[in-house]
Design a protein around this ligand. Structure first.
Ligand code: ADP
Ligand code: MG
Length: 235
């Protein structure tokens, strides 16, 4: 289990996290929803060891997670970052290899990626910058899986993708979870995230204001009016 306790983070004078606490339980998909600027990415980057919070702590199975990205990866926690952040000038395969930088033999990971995403295999020697948005997201996910993580943190994986592609991404996330990986899923597309989640939390102004079963959160009046407004839309 990953426990985020009382996390506060400031960018200069701007407080992005305000005593944020959240529990990611083993085996679940935990959807995290919240408006733009609520602090979701800041929280994810703190977990991944890319930002050091001014106060609070993050525990993995009771032990403090170090504030260093490669050590967090070694503990089995991987971030698939907002905006994908793949290397456009490297090939698909080179990007995958970068994702496995903490492990010795990277070929099994590459093979697993190609099994899950045959499209990436077809394009293995192509520069990543020439892939479509959906393919780039596949690559970002496959790169995250290279180190065989216990926990994956997805930051806005559906951002900028066409609705049909978003469905693919969501079903891939579900599959990854079913293969035994615990998932934290930050999404502005609250409806899609809640549809595949076990539990969910709502973040407002840097703190968790609601947590519960995804179905309960999806039925909550204030969640419906604030985050699920487009209820009649069929996507
Ligand atoms: N690099 C930065 N420098 C200054 N302020 C930032 C920076 N990144 C984010 N912020 C601010 O921190 C708050 C939380 O941002 P962020 O974590 O990106 O939210 P979210 O991912 O929920 O949209 C916002 O007020 C945002 O403007
Ligand atoms: Mg964000």
């Amino acid at each position: 289990m990953l426990e985020i306790r009382d996390l506060s983070f400031f960018y200069g004078k701007i407080q992005a996290l305000n005593h944020l606490s959240l529990e990611l339980r083993d085996g679940e998909i935990h959807a995290v929803i919240g408006a733009n600027g609520a602090g979701k990415t800041t929280m994810m980057n703190c977990i991944a060891g890319q930002l050091v919070p001014q106060s609070g702590e993050i525990l993995l199975d009771g032990e403090k997670l170090p504030n260093a990205p490669h050590m967090v990866v070694s503990r089995g926690v991987v971030l698939v970052p907002e905006g994908r952040q793949i290397f456009h000038n490297l090939t698909v395969e080179e990007n995958l290899l970068m994702g496995g930088y903490t492990i010795k033999d990277r070929s099994p990971g590459v093979e697993r990626s190609y099994e899950m995403f045959p499209r990436l295999k077809e394009r293995r020697r192509q520069r990543a910058g020439t892939l479509s948005g959906g393919e780039q997201q596949m690559l970002a996910i496959a790169r995250g899986l290279m180190s065989d993580p216990k926990i994956i943190l997805f930051d806005e994986p559906s951002l900028g993708l066409a609705p049909l592609i978003v469905n693919d991404v969501m079903s891939n996330i579900k599959k990854i979870n079913e293969s035994g990986v615990t998932v934290m899923l930050v999404e502005q597309n609250a409806r899609k995230a809640l549809a595949i989640a076990t539990r969910a939390s709502v973040i407002e102004q840097g703190r968790v204001v609601k947590s519960g079963l995804a179905a309960e959160i999806a039925a909550d009046e204030s969640v419906i009016s604030n985050y699920l407004g487009k209820a009649k839309r069929k996507d």
